[in-house]
Design a protein around this ligand. Structure first.
Ligand SMILES: Nc1ncnc2c1ncn2[C@@H]1O[C@H](COP(=O)(O)OP(=O)(O)O)[C@@H](O)[C@H]1O
Ligand SMILES: [Mg+2]
Length: 1107
């Protein structure tokens, strides 16, 4: 068995009393002391927790501790109240068993604290969430409210619960808290009006006066001074370690969290204030005429204020404290109250007011915390009831409280000792009986219906006649005297007659926890719990709604003449129901022990502890536990719980459950002494065996969970895979379909293309063939057509020929006949006369035309352009033709007269025209002049004989020209001779040759466009003649000179034609200088002649008269 931590680890003493060796009272106490000294306040007896009050705060309730104990097995860690709370909570949550936590012990042993630890632990480990947290908070915050109103400082405990509280916390199936129900049991209300010495009233009075703001106190008409209030005991008004003011704020806050409205809180505080005011009412006797004293309120101020607080008419309440109405059947009798009765009435009212307020608070809290759902709930009950009390002066309250504790002890005995042993016997388990004290007998003494003390008390209270506490004691003395646990001075048991510790007005009961002496005084009254109807009716008349609710019997419409049930009866009934309730749940015990009587830490009073250990029956508890079995369970649930631990029983066991369990345990090799088979249950001796099983089960569950997970995951993955596969198939199918479709479409379109090509090709082939065929056919047709045509034409020709011949024959024949006939008959017809006349007329006209033309013929001059008009329109063509022919003839005639000489002259003229026409203004004047050539009669003039002889060739031209002086532009006459080879310049007078230039040396001639006679003869550069420079000459016969010069070049083949430049500006080379000759138009000074002027070295300006 593997347990990670154990309560055996680091153990101080023994954690579980079951393990103590040897077992005796001494070792038991010693163990408790040892642990207590080490602050180990919790010790187990099996599953029962013993809790020692440390009277100091210990660091063992932290959040870390909560986490440590959370979900751990009970014996795994050192003993702790959290382990018990966890165990209870888990069996509630996981095994669906309702739980109850029973906390018992003396007053001040730490029950209330323990109950709070349990609740806070459960709150910490159960579910979380906004709604759940609110529920938790409300459940937890109900404590401070109830403690403020229901707890008080007693000599035993500074925060003693003066009421019993049982709280059911309700959970849903998940273990989340849903809400709760609180039941309260009999508040010790006598404390409101009177507190034993060294004790206090309920906390709320002190808290209100210390903690409320001045404003609030003023509203409540209260003073902060405790001493002003009769109901507040003064000797212990302030308690060490209690901060009333802070507690008041806590209470206010808690009320708000629980859900109290602001006006509800105000009403509650008003009631608390009213109780305090009530306590201050004092009465004085006032003598009446009938001799009786009637009570009157001494100082009405407090009454007034109280009435104002509660909204009650003062006179009504005042009257209720003076008179009492007794109703019997139909009669109403009003009697006066004496002072004592008035005080009694006052206190009764105060107690009732307070206790009813307390009950209302519990109901109001229940309203807030009740579960909102109607579905089935799991319940964990926490019982924190007032502890067993033994005071110096014990009254009805202690009697009731102790009775309740007696009942709880009974339950404990029933379940842990009696029931357990009974069960072993029932189940047939071998068992040696263990003796223990069963307090059933004491319970019977108190609660027996016939002669129980409570029944006696009720009987006394209901009995007609005078009833006093003494008569009640007498009754007890007669009825219970025989009882072993009842002791009284008057009892028949003579041994008490001389017992001075037992006063006459008391009786004593031997409780399970010790003997308690009860003073009978007040038993009857307290049991009656009588409140005069006048008071409840006065309360009902109050304006304040809460008061009205608290006193419903004051409603005059609902007058109930029946006596209300007595306090004892009510309590017995409610305790009865509580016990029944507890028996239905799985009990968890916390046994609280007080280490000392001084509320002090570190003090361990052996005798006190020993006493508690004894009466709590803890030793017996250990013995039974050691002798018996720690755990039992019916076979079916046991098999169900552990069947997974063995192959044979898992998953289903067919046979009886018991055999299944046997197989299971055998299989798990649990030693035989560890368990016993009962009739219906298996008993397991040692908790460790159970933990072993639990641990195994836990592991197995983990494995199973893994298996389930595995199978589930497998299933999930498989389904997922199958789905994927299915989808994949679908996708693939679609895809293939798509691909095939596409392929098909491709193939189809390709096939169509191929097909169309083939068809096209075939068609073309066919077309070709058809065309060929057609052409052949056409050719045949054409050929035949042509052939036919040819034949037809031939035939036609032949026929035509034949016809022509026939026609010709016919015509010839006809002509022949005609001729023959005309010949024969010519002499008889003038048939040809017309033709002859026509021909004759035409002949005549033509004759006349030609004759007329002969007369009007123009001259023979080729330039004569006249020609006679035409006489007849129809001769127009002839007329023009005749003119052209005539002109050509006349020209021919004219040309035929020319001599060779004249012809040459005209050719020269023609050349001059080609050179200068429209180029030089001088030209037109030269047209009329015949080109004579020799103007100086060189051959005849003797002056020039020598000159003539010098010229070898024939002189083509001889004339006088001016040679322009290059220095001043003045001209000097020279004879200019031109032969076929050269030109010569000679002195006019002497005939002496000045210059002779072979024409070959001449490169060009420059002339102007004007009407001047200037011309420059330019020599070829480098030639012999060029040394003297170019010649600038002037002549009136310039046209003739240049034309002749040009024609020499044109006619002779050995030299080039001379270039002729016609320009108004040209350069002339004079020796070295090049001079520009520029022609301008202008009027020269010397009349109409041409003037030449040297302008500068470079310019020779010639001004020519404008035309
Ligand atoms: N576990 C504890 N740790 C510290 N102090 C405790 C513990 N239990 C009880 N006490 C002290 O003892 C006092 C009485 O405890 P309480 O639970 O009111 O007693 P009971 O309800 O049994 O009369 C508390 O006020 C507290 O001071
Ligand atoms: Mg308490």
């Amino acid at each position: 068995m593997e347990v990670k931590t154990s309560l055996l680890d680091n153990m101080i003493g023994v954690g579980d009393m079951v393990l103590i060796e040897p077992l005796s009272e001494d070792t038991f106490i010693e163990n408790l002391r040892k642990r207590f000294d080490h602050n180990e306040i919790y010790t187990y007896i099996g599953s029962v927790v013993i809790s020692m009050n440390p009277y100091k705060s210990l660091p063992i309730y932290t959040a870390e501790k909560v986490e440590e104990y959370r979900n751990r097995n009970f014996y795994e860690l050192s003993p702790h109240i959290y382990a018990l709370a966890d165990e209870a909570y888990r069996s509630l949550r996981d095994q669906d068993k309702d739980q109850c936590i029973l906390i018992t012990g003396e007053s001040g042993a730490g029950k209330t604290e323990a109950s709070k630890f349990v609740m806070s632990y459960v709150a910490a480990v159960c579910g979380k969430g906004q709604e759940v947290n609110k529920v938790k908070e409300q459940l937890l915050q109900s404590n401070p409210v109830l403690e403020a109103f229901g707890n008080a400082k007693t000599v035993r405990n500074d925060n003693s619960s003066r009421f019993g509280k049982y709280m059911d916390i309700e959970f849903d199936f998940k273990g989340d808290p849903l809400g709760g129900v609180i039941s309260n049991y009999l508040l010790e209300k006598s404390r409101v009006v009177k507190q034993p010495r060294g004790e206090r009233n309920f906390h709320i009075f002190y808290q209100l006066l210390s903690g409320a703001s001045d404003d609030t106190l003023q509203k409540l008409k209260l003073d902060r001074d405790f001493s002003k209030y009769n109901y507040l005991s003064l000797d212990s008004a302030t308690v060490n370690g209690l901060d009333d003011a802070a507690s008041f704020r806590t209470v206010r806050n808690a009320m708000q969290i629980v859900g109290f409205m602001e006006d509800e809180v105000q009403s509650v505080l008003e009631l608390v204030a009213a109780v305090l005011k009530l306590g201050n009412l004092e009465f004085k006797p006032e003598s009446r005429c009938n001799g009786f004293d009637e009570s009157r309120i001494k100082d009405k101020n407090d009454l007034k204020e109280m009435c104002e607080l509660l909204g009650i008419e003062q006179s009504v309440l005042e009257r209720a404290f003076s008179y009492r109405t007794v109703e019997a059947k139909m009669e109403k009798v009003s009697t006066t109250l004496n002072v004592a009765q008035a005080y009694y009435a006052r206190d009764a009212l105060a107690k009732n007011l307070y206790s009813r307020l307390f009950s209302w608070l519990v109901n109001r809290i229940n309203e807030s915390i009740k579960a909102q759902t109607k579905s089935r709930k799991k319940v964990m009950g926490v019982l924190d009831i007032y502890g067993f009390e033994i005071f110096e002066d014990n009254s009805f309250e202690q009697f009731i409280i102790n009775y309740c504790n007696e009942k709880l002890q009974q339950i404990f005995i029933e379940l842990t000792l009696h029931e357990e042993q009974e069960e072993y016997i029932r189940e047939g388990i071998e068992w040696t009986n263990i003796e223990y004290f069963n307090n059933a007998i004491i319970c019977d003494l108190i609660e027996n219906n016939k002669n129980g003390i409570l029944a006696m008390l009720d009987e006394e209270c209901l009995r007609p006649g005078t009833v006093t506490d003494e008569t009640f004691l007498d009754k007890l003395n007669t009825v219970c005297a025989e009882h072993q646990h009842f002791e009284s001075r008057q009892s028949k048991n003579s041994k008490f007659l001389t017992d001075h510790s037992l006063p006459h007005n008391c009786f004593r009961i031997q409780h399970y926890a010790g003997k308690v002496l009860y003073r009978v005084e007040g038993f009857v009254d307290k049991n009656n719990d009588l409140l005069y109807r006048d008071l409840s009716q006065a309360m009902y008349k109050a304006n304040q709604s809460l008061i009205k609710i608290l006193f419903p019997e004051g409603n005059p419409a609902k007058v109930n003449l029946k006596r209300p049930p007595t306090a004892g009866f009510q309590f017995r009934a409610s305790v009865g129901t509580l016990m029944k309730n507890l028996l239905t749940k799985n009990p968890n015990y916390i046994r609280c022990i007080k280490p000392n009587d001084k509320k002090a830490a570190h003090i361990f009073t052996d005798s006190l502890v020993c006493h508690q250990v004894r009466y709590l029956g803890l030793m017996e508890n250990v013995r039974v536990r050691r002798a018996g079995y720690a755990f039992r369970q019916a076979y079916e649930p046991c098999l169900e719980r552990y069947k997974m631990l063995c192959k044979q029983t898992w998953p289903h066991w067919k046979g009886p459950a018991r055999e299944g369990v046997e197989v299971l345990l055998k299989n798990l090799q649990v030693p035989a002494e560890e368990f016993a088979y009962g009739r219906s249950k298996i008993f397991i001796r040692n908790p460790r065996t159970l933990f072993f099983l639990e641990e195994k089960r836990r592991q197995c569950l983990e494995d199973l969970a893994t298996l389930i997970q595995k199978i589930y995951r497998g299933w999930k993955s498989r389904t997922h895979f199958l789905l994927l596969k299915k989808s994949q198939v679908v996708v693939a199918a679609w895809y293939r379909r798509f691909a095939q479709q596409k392929k098909y479409q491709n193939i189809r379109s390709s096939a169509l293309v191929v097909q169309s090509f083939i068809r096209g090709w075939k068609a073309r082939k066919l077309l070709r063939e058809l065309k060929h065929k057609k052409r052949c056919e056409e050719a045949v047709t054409t050929i035949s057509a042509y052939w036919h045509g040819t034949q037809a034409r031939r035939e036609l020709k032949r026929l035509k020929e034949e016809a022509r011949r026939k026609h010709a024959v016919a015509v010839i024949w006809a002509y022949w006949l005609g001729l023959k006939v005309r010949r024969d008959y010519r002499k008889f017809f003038r048939a040809n006369a017309g033709k002859k006349i026509y021909d004759f007329t035409i002949q005549r006209i033509m004759q006349k035309y030609f004759m007329g033309l002969k007369k009007t013929m123009p001259s023979m001059s080729p330039v004569d352009k006249s020609w006679p008009a035409r006489p007849y329109g129809f001769l127009d063509g002839t007329h023009q033709e005749l003119r052209r022919v005539f002109h050509l003839w006349r020209c021919k005639k004219y040309r035929s007269q020319f001599t060779e000489e004249k012809k040459a002259t005209y050719e020269e003229k023609l050349a001059a025209s080609e050179l200068f026409k429209d180029k030089k203004a001088l030209y037109p004047s030269s047209v009329g002049q015949p080109f004579k050539g020799d103007y100086v009669e060189i051959t005849k003039n003797p002056k020039y004989q020598k000159l003539n002889s010098l010229v070898e060739d024939k002189v083509l031209l001889a004339d006088v020209v001016s040679k322009i002086n290059r220095a001043n532009g003045k001209g000097a006459p020279r004879i200019f001779l031109l032969t076929k080879k050269s030109l010569v310049l000679a002195d006019q007078k002497t005939g002496q040759v000045k210059a002779s230039v072979p024409l070959l040396d001449l490169s060009s001639v420059s002339v102007s466009t004007q009407s001047d006679g200037f011309f420059a003869l330019k020599l070829k550069e480098g030639s012999t003649s060029a040394a003297k420079g170019d010649f600038l000459l002037s002549s009136d016969r310039l046209i003739e000179i240049i034309t002749k010069l040009h024609r020499i070049g044109a006619t002779s083949a050995d030299r080039n034609q001379i270039n002729i430049d016609i320009s108004d500006e040209f350069l002339v080379q004079f020796k070295q200088d090049k001079v520009c000759v520029k022609f301008i138009q202008g009027t020269p000074k010397n009349g109409n002649g041409v003037a030449c002027k040297r302008k500068n070295n470079r310019l020779l300006e010639v001004s020519v008269p404008s035309p």
